[in-house]
Ligand binder design. Structure first.
Ligand code: PLP
Length: 366
């Protein structure tokens, strides 16, 4: 139950990776047939991804750049478009809940003299409206995540994109859609996604680039991917990514069932704070078991092979910088647990989790 950290590659992905390794391993830049079939594989994957990212029935109006994951996609989006937004504005609008791959890059921009405004959900009744209100004629870039990885807080991305563009068509809109891809409607000029969060492998991600948007490459070299990311394309990982996207089926109803069962189970325990509100996706639930530190709870659950997370997995147990922006107290942050579901999780899993939490509380609070 730690699927926001990473997911198990699905059978379709494993099969596609194996097949590509055995039969489709050619270099996509080679002029012979084996290279040609890798090239065709990559073109097919691009089509599949473009059809999957859109919020409408039409494919995304743009192109797909394959990357090593969303950390690279986010860095490429922000650093790669810097040359574009520098000339027409010194203001960047973002949020206080971004993943470090966005947050730290924005800090670099601040050190370079740009003005970065970071809004916190706790200060805004309507978060999209607040972000749009910050956009002015001087705003070169807006970067916001579709779904927060720690609480599941989601924003209406198509509305945000439309309203920002109405206010200033020159503002570049970047969306970190890692936790929202295939789950919520998306739009943007630049959209980052990651394979390992949707049952593909680690080491593959993508940046969607809307037609008309231009970025500079971070990696120079052989000129692959239209010169935007040099380096031989990892055709095996791309094949796995494509297969995982194709195989992904919407499970919102299933997630809703699991979330309801979890909240029900937690409501029977004493002194629990729920940190994920109604405006959150159903597959991520963050809560605090007061009096039991996150790490103690994690290790206790682990005894029964129940895997959850304290903050985001990438912060390695470090106290969350993001939860305060949701108005969660330091005391509750010390005891925060994040549960994140995938389609394979069952109601029995949720019951086992709640039972073990109850036992841990009894043991620790005694
Ligand atoms: N953005 C968000 C919201 C994430 O949750 C993560 C990973 O947890 C990333 C970016 C980084 O993705 P990757 O592991 O593919 O570099």
């Amino acid at each position: 139950m730690d699927n926001a950290a990473t997911t198990k590659p699905c059978a379709e992905c494993v099969k596609a990776v194996n097949e590509a390794m055995e039969n489709g391993f050619g270099n996509a830049s080679s002029l012979h047939g084996l290279g040609g079939s890798s090239n065709s594989m990559i073109a097919r994957a691009r089509k599949t991804l473009l059809a999957a990212v859109t919020s409408t029935n039409k494919p995304f109006d743009g192109s797909v750049l394959f990357t090593s994951g969303a950390t690279e996609s986010n860095n490429t989006a922000l650093l790669g478009s810097l040359h574009r937004f520098r000339p027409h504005g010194k203001k960047i609008v973002s949020t206080a809940i971004e993943h470090p791959s966005v947050a730290k890059t924005l800090t670099l921009f601040e050190e370079d003299g740009l003005n970065v405004v970071r809004l916190a959900p706790k200060d805004c009744d309507d978060f999209v409206e607040a972000l749009v209100n910050e956009v002015d004629e001087n705003t070169a870039l807006l970067s916001a995540m579709a779904v927060n990885n720690e609480t599941g807080f989601k924003i209406d991305v198509p509305r945000l994109y439309k309203e920002v563009k109405q206010k200033n068509p020159r503002t570049i809109v970047h969306i970190d859609a890692v936790q929202g891809f295939l789950k919520v409607p998306l739009d943007g000029d630049l959209i980052s996604v990651s394979g390992h969060k949707i049952h593909s492998t680690k080491g593959i991600g993508a940046l969607f680039i809307k037609n008309g948007e231009r970025i500079l490459p971070l990696l120079s070299g052989g000129g692959q991917q239209g010169g935007l990311r040099s380096g031989t394309e990892p055709v095996e990982l791309i094949a796995g990514f494509e297969a995982a996207v194709r195989a992904y089926s919407g499970c919102e109803e299933h997630f809703n069932k699991l979330k309801t069962r979890l909240l029900d189970g937690l409501s029977r325990l004493e002194d629990i704070g729920i940190n994920s509100g109604a405006d959150c996706v159903p597959n991520i639930v963050n809560f605090s078991v007061r009096g039991v530190r996150s790490e103690t709870m994690l290790h206790s659950l682990e005894e029964d092979e129940i895997y959850v997370s304290s903050g985001s997995a990438c912060s390695k147990g470090k106290k969350s910088d993001v939860l305060p922006a949701f108005g969660i107290s330091d005391k509750d942050i010390d005891c925060a647990v994040r549960v994140s579901f995938c389609a394979e999780n069952t109601e029995d899993d949720v019951d086992a989790l709640c039972n073990k939490i109850a036992k841990t509380i009894t043991r620790i609070r005694r």
